[in-house]
Write a protein that binds this ligand. Structure first.
Ligand code: SF4
Length: 274
């Protein structure tokens, strides 16, 4: 089987930066991450062996560093973490910090903030916190229709959403509200990955997308690839089903932003042996 690996597959620089920061800190202290550092079970196990551990019990931490992950957190959470007598380190991705700042600025100018994203996702929870009670998470046109007629709105997006769908949502919002500021906040890493996936999908017989089931950006890749070719979402090489794949000659391979290289390599090797 011929396998074409997308150049953009795997860790984005924001996740890479957070993992490197955690590893550097772990050389001298136990690192407790405020939520899972990345959405990948195998990588989390490796990090645990390096003394980088997710925590949800902040009260029992002594002599540890608390690390804020790339998704960022709401301001109230910063305050809470700061109230403990512990070292606090921030690995919020600079792209996400920029979205937070955009939201805060426009909320201060009395705009209602419309956040296109997945309700309950850690990044979105953080973003809503910066909207000062003016935040509204939207995902569908129906969500927009249900909103009151706000005099002015500012639309931003979770950094890992689908670029094309955001344009459609933006148009719908422009049709409904009088004054709209639209700031396209899908990060470049996400856009590059999605664009490369579309190009690759047109050249292959099927796509394999590697990434966690909880990973928002992986799920976006799966949905996008499905528009073009049969698509298989797996979390690691053990989930490959040769019987299903052997009918294809050329497979495209990509992976979500929290999929480490060692998993992608194993998947590629396994596919090539089919
Ligand atoms: S997907 Fe984009 S915003 Fe999110 S961590 Fe990676 S680079 Fe940063």
């Amino acid at each position: 089987m011929n396998v074409i690996l997308a150049k953009s597959a795997g860790f984005c620089w924001g996740v890479k930066r957070a993992v490197e920061k955690a590893r550097t800190l772990a050389q001298t202290k136990t690192v407790r991450t405020d939520g899972p550092l990345i959405h990948n079970t195998e990588m989390l196990k490796r990090l645990e062996n390096e003394n980088i551990i997710e925590t949800d019990d902040l009260s029992s931490i002594e002599d540890a560093v608390i690390l804020i992950r790339a998704h960022g957190i709401p301001p109230e959470r910063y305050k809470l973490l700061n109230s403990f007598n512990i070292q606090l380190e921030d690995a919020t991705c600079p792209y996400v910090s920029k979205i937070q700042a955009t939201i805060e600025k426009h909320a201060d100018e009395d705009y209602e903030i419309l956040i296109y994203g997945d309700r309950g996702h850690a990044e979105v929870i953080g973003l809503v916190g910066f909207a000062k009670n003016r935040g509204h998470v939207i995902k569908t046109e129906d969500d927009i229709n249900k909103l009151p007629d706000f005099p002015k709105v500012c639309l931003v997006s979770q950094s890992t959403q689908n670029f094309e769908k955001l344009q459609i949502i933006a148009q719908h919002i422009k049709d409904k509200f009088d004054e709209v500021i639209f700031v396209d906040t899908i990060c470049n890493a996400t856009k590059d990955r999605q664009k490369e996936l579309v190009d690759l999908s047109k050249k292959v017989d099927a796509m394999v997308v590697v990434g966690g089931k909880q990973s928002a950006n992986t799920m976006q890749l799966v949905k996008l690839a499905e528009k073009f070719v049969p698509t298989f979402h797996i979390q690691n090489h053990e989930e490959i089903e040769p019987e299903l794949l052997k009918q294809y000659q050329t497979i495209g391979l990509t992976a979500g932003a929290s999929t480490p290289d060692f998993i992608i390599r194993k998947v590629k090797d396994t596919l090539e042996k089919i």
